[in-house]
Every structure is written in structure tokens, then in C-alpha cells.
Write a protein that binds this ligand. Structure first.
Ligand SMILES: Nc1ncnc2c1ncn2[C@@H]1O[C@H](COP(=O)(O)OP(=O)(O)OP(=O)(O)O)[C@@H](O)[C@H]1O
Ligand SMILES: [Mg+2]
Length: 256
């Protein structure tokens, strides 16, 4: 299954929340790559309790990957595996921890993102890959966005949300394959009707919208988005699925 990347225009519409919600309901092994150039929030947000308890490490991730591959002609998935951590709390989820802030991400540079794009693309042959790319801008991980098979603009279906998403779609123009771009309004509590109107206004296919107001619209809509995204994808071998939470130290590195 191709790499699936998530971006936004502005105003924090819920990219990180959406990616985390999707990962938590994803039915098979999935790698979450935190590539927000402004600084990753997955570890500090969703996974903070496990970080605090020592189950996850901050020093193993995107930065350690780009540092260790800086002299590599080509980055393979084997180069990436040692920099990915298993999330015991969500046994099907593996995490590439993001950078601390914008200064750290600018040290990666275009070549660093390009190596990551290569490795993620290779990894996606046997593991689903969801990438949080943060808000679109000059510092965006453009090689990763260009390599993604699906690029979902996350937006709230409001006037403000549509305006922000439109700016993102414009920024993507001519830099990515337009056929892979879609709208995701997953992390909202708004009704499907307004999501459809937002998609029409943006002239984008609507990948998923909440099915209506329920007691947990985020999780319900994440399930529906996961089903839609997986619907036409072939089942692949799952070499990364591993058992529960045995051991007490962080498990670094994906099994080969
Ligand atoms: N479905 C939801 N229901 C309620 N609150 C939500 C929902 N989705 C996101 N939020 C809240 O909106 C805020 C922004 O969410 P999040 O960090 O996921 O956005 P983002 O688009 O990743 O932002 P940034 O661009 O800063 O990375 C957070 O406080 C989050 O708790
Ligand atoms: Mg975010």
C-alpha cells in the first residue's frame, strides 16, 4: 500500500489527532512517521504517558535516522528499522519519533527528507505507513509529500477550514501528483453534509467524514476513514506484527 501523508493549511485542524486516531484503529501493522517540520506532537501528545513511563525514547527517530544515513547513497527500509519504536500501548503501531522543533527539522534539509521518502516508500511494500507532515509551508517535507501515493488535506468543514485547506491545495499544486490528493474531515464533530460541501468547494474527493454526531465521532470517523483507505488495497504480509507488552525497556527497531 502506498505511503499516506496528511497535511493541513493552517489553524491546527487536527492532523496529528487524525493520524493518531487512524493508527489506533488501524486493523493491521502500521508505521506512524511524525514528519511535522514545526516539531512532532505524536510522542508529546497521544503517547506522552508511555514516554513518561520510559516505554518510548525521544532520541531514536527521524533525527537519528537522517544523521546515521547522511553518507548513505541510498536509504533503504533496513536503514530505517533501527530508528522506529514499537508502541506497546497500541501493539500494531510503530512510531518514527519526530523532531523537537523547526531548527532541528531545518538541519535535516532536502537530502534528509529525500532519504526518508526512499526508506518509507520501500517500507510501505510490507507495512502501511501514515505520515503526519504538519502544515504546508517552505519547510514541509516535500520529497515525502511527492513520494506519497495518497495525500490527504485535513480540514474542518467550516469557512475558515476551507480557506486554510484551499491555501494548502494551492501550495501542493505542481509539486505532487494531483490525482492522489483528497480531503479528510475526520477529526471533527461536524456533520457529513458540511464535509461534502467543503469537498465541493475545494474540488477534492472526500475521503472520509464523520457519519454523524455520536458519542465518539473521532473514533467512529477514524474507523470509517481506515476502512475507506484500505478498501481497495491488497492484503500484505505483516512481518511487523508482534505480541503484547512483554519486557520493560523500550523496543527499538523493527524486526526484519
Ligand atoms: N475531533 C476532535 N475533537 C475535539 N478536539 C479535537 C479534535 N481533533 C483535534 N482536536 C483538538 O484540536 C487541537 C489541535 O489538534 P492537532 O494537534 O491534532 O492539530 P494539528 O492540525 O496537528 O495542529 P498543528 O498544525 O499545530 O500540528 C488539539 O487541542 C486537539 O485536542
Ligand atoms: Mg500536528
Amino acid at each position: 500500500m502506498p505511503v499516506i501523508a496528511f497535511v493541513s493549511g493552517k489553524a491546527a485542524p487536527g492532523v496529528t489527532t487524525t493520524v493518531c486516531a487512524l493508527a489506533s484503529v488501524w486493523p493491521r501493522a502500521v508505521l506512524v512517521a511524525d514528519c511535522d517540520p514545526a516539531g512532532g506532537d505524536v510522542l508529546a501528545g497521544w503517547l506522552s504517558p508511555w514516554l513518561a513511563e520510559g516505554w518510548l525514547r525521544t532520541d531514536v527517530g527521524l533525527l537519528s535516522f537522517t544523521t546515521s544515513t547522511r553518507h548513505a547513497g541510498r536509504a533503504t527500509r533496513e536503514c530505517l528499522r533501527p530508528h522506529v519504536q514499537h508502541v506497546y500501548a497500541a501493539p500494531r503501531v510503530w512510531l518514527l519519533v519526530g523532531v523537537r522543533d523547526g531548527a532541528q527539522s531545518s538541519s535535516l534539509g532536502e537530502p534528509g527528507w529525500a532519504r526518508l521518502a526512499e526508506a518509507l516508500t520501500e517500507m510501505s511494500a510490507d507495512t502501511d505507513v501514515l505520515v503526519d507532515c504538519g502544515r504546508i509551508g517552505p519547510a514541509s517535507p516535500w520529497p515525502v509529500l511527492a513520494a506519497a501515493g495518497a495525500l490527504l488535506v485535513v480540514a474542518q468543514p467550516t469557512f475558515r477550514g476551507v480557506a486554510g485547506a484551499r491555501a494548502a491545495v494551492r501550495a501542493l499544486d505542481r509539486r505532487v501528483d494531483p490525482t492522489g490528493v483528497g480531503l479528510l474531515t475526520c477529526a471533527t464533530t461536524s456533520a457529513t453534509r458540511t464535509a461534502r460541501e467543503a469537498a465541493r468547494a475545494l474540488e477534492l474527493p472526500l475521503v472520509a467524514a464523520p457519519r454523524g454526531l455520536t458519542r465518539s465521532p473521532l473514533v467512529r470517523s477514524a474507523r470509517s476513514a481506515a476502512e475507506r483507505l484500505l478498501a481497495h488495497q491488497p492484503q500484505v504480509e505483516q512481518p511487523l506484527v508482534s505480541g503484547g507488552s512483554e519486557g520493560s525497556a523500550p523496543r527499538v527497531g523493527m524486526p526484519g
